[in-house]
Design a protein around this ligand. Structure first.
Ligand code: PMP
Length: 430
């Protein structure tokens, strides 16, 4: 009862100082106190398996990352108008991860600041104004961020599509009626290419995630991106890959999501896992685009590229390397995908299992009188009672999202599959 009182006091204080536009997870919110690697601990002493937080790529409170931040914060904090080694050392390590032509970096403090800057740079470089986006995509919370996020502007309470935005269908092979062997990609690319043609020489940028997170963990149909990138470039536009969710090795086979589709973007935006929860984002682009941005107007971010953030970001890259996190994501991800596909054979309520590495979506169908949205919510809430954290998303909110810290292991995968199957069993029995 004391704890319940504490929770209700916190809820009261939240309501007093915050808008309800900020949401809480679960109808019975969790008061978190501590976290370590793939675990989170609530105020009642319960341990949760975190199968959801892609930001904590190296693991919650990874000691090497924490120490790097502590040490650096106690030594120097300043901005990019001074020379200091942390900026250079980190940017060199980061840029090595990209192909040779992506060789200039701009540091900011969030994924939103990165997508906003990327659109500004693309508009400036191309001297074109329109921006093409995927339906159901999300790229940020700034004004431009919302403009380019169908997920937000098209939502209840959103302001609708701005005139300069071209929205094109999300190329979701599953549901298209075509196999994902290039046929589905061709089908979607044809529509998008027609839209590009109708707006030729007016499109500054095309922005997309390689696997659309908010759209319900949807990998772009094979072959789609190559055709669209080409059509955008032919008419003078810039191709932007939003790697905020999928980047930094989570996909197992690929360090960056665009590698999945054998393309090289002109600009990449980074955020979330980049510094394991420390607020940092970046735009990585070509010399050419970076040079045209240098048109007399200074670019300055008070915090972007500060030595503390750089030290933390560098520690994350070191941990990925030292602990073989990309290979680990492949091993555990392949295993988990396989086990979930087996579960799909057992339960036709699972319509699709998709993803790469430890970035996985499970699309639920409807059954009896229960909608797919309700079924997904039941599983999410049931898992929470078993102290496992996941989320749901997608246009119908019927996709279970799994994107854990990369310390997530084979036993965790077994535990997650067991509890999902238990939830399905209990639900179907009831
Ligand atoms: N792009 C994508 C794909 C995202 O998922 C997000 C955050 N959910 C952003 C951009 C914006 O990042 P931030 O919340 O750090 O501003």
């Amino acid at each position: 009862p004391i704890r319940k009182k504490e929770d209700s006091q916190q809820l009261y204080r939240r309501k007093k100082n915050f808008s309800n536009a900020l949401s809480l997870s679960y109808s019975n919110p969790i008061q978190m106190q501590k976290s370590a690697f793939q675990y989170m601990y609530d105020a009642d002493g319960n341990t949760y398996l975190d199968a959801y937080n892609n930001i904590m790529l190296a693991g919650h409170c990874h000691p090497k990352v924490v120490r790097a931040g502590q040490k650096s914060m106690a030594k120097l904090n300043t901005n990019t108008r001074y020379l200091y080694n942390e900026l250079l050392s980190y940017s060199e390590k980061l840029l090595v991860k990209f192909p040779e032509n992506l060789n200039k970096v701009f540091f900011v403090n969030s994924g939103s600041a990165a997508s906003d800057l990327a659109i500004r740079m693309a508009t400036n470089h191309s001297q074109r104004q329109k921006v093409m986006v995927l339906e159901h995509g999300y790229h940020g919370n700034t004004r431009i961020g919302i403009d380019i996020s169908h997920y937000k502007y098209n939502h209840e309470g959103g302001t609708g599509k701005q005139e300069y935005i071209l929205a094109t269908p999300m190329p979701k092979a599953f549901e298209s009626g075509y196999p994902d062997n290039g046929t589905a990609g061709d089908f979607f690319a044809k529509q998008t290419r027609e839209q590009i043609k109708a707006n030729t020489n007016q499109i500054a940028a095309f922005i997309a995630e390689p696997i659309v997170g908010c759209g319900g963990q949807v990998p772009l149909a094979n072959g789609y991106l190559q055709q669209v990138y080409q059509a955008i470039r032919v008419q003078g536009g810039i191709c932007i890959s939003d790697e905020v969710q999928v980047g930094f090795g989570r996909l197992g086979d690929y360090f960056w999501g665009y590698e999945m589709f054998d393309v090289i973007p002109d600009m990449v935006i980074l955020g979330k896992p980049m510094a394991n929860g420390h607020p940092i984002g970046a735009v990585v682009t070509t010399t050419e685009i970076a040079e045209s941005f240098d048109n007399g107007l200074e670019f300055f971010s008070s915090f972007g590229g500060n030595p503390v953030s750089c030290a933390v970001g560098e520690a994350v890259l070191d941990v990925i390397e030292e602990e073989g996190l990309q290979e680990h994501a492949k091993k555990v991800g392949d295993y988990l995908l396989g086990r979930l596909k087996d579960l799909q054979i057992e339960y036709p309520e699972i319509l699709d299992v998709r993803g790469s590495g430890l970035f996985i979506g499970i699309e639920m169908g409807s059954t009896h009188e229960v909608s797919s949205t309700q079924l997904a919510a039941r599983i999410k809430n049931g898992l929470r009672e078993s102290h496992i954290l996941i989320s749901t998303d997608g246009p119908e909110d019927n996709v279970l999202k799994i994107k854990p810290p990369l310390s997530f292991n084979l036993l965790d995968a077994d535990k997650l599959v067991f509890h999902i199957s238990q939830q399905l069993y209990l639900f179907l029995k009831s």
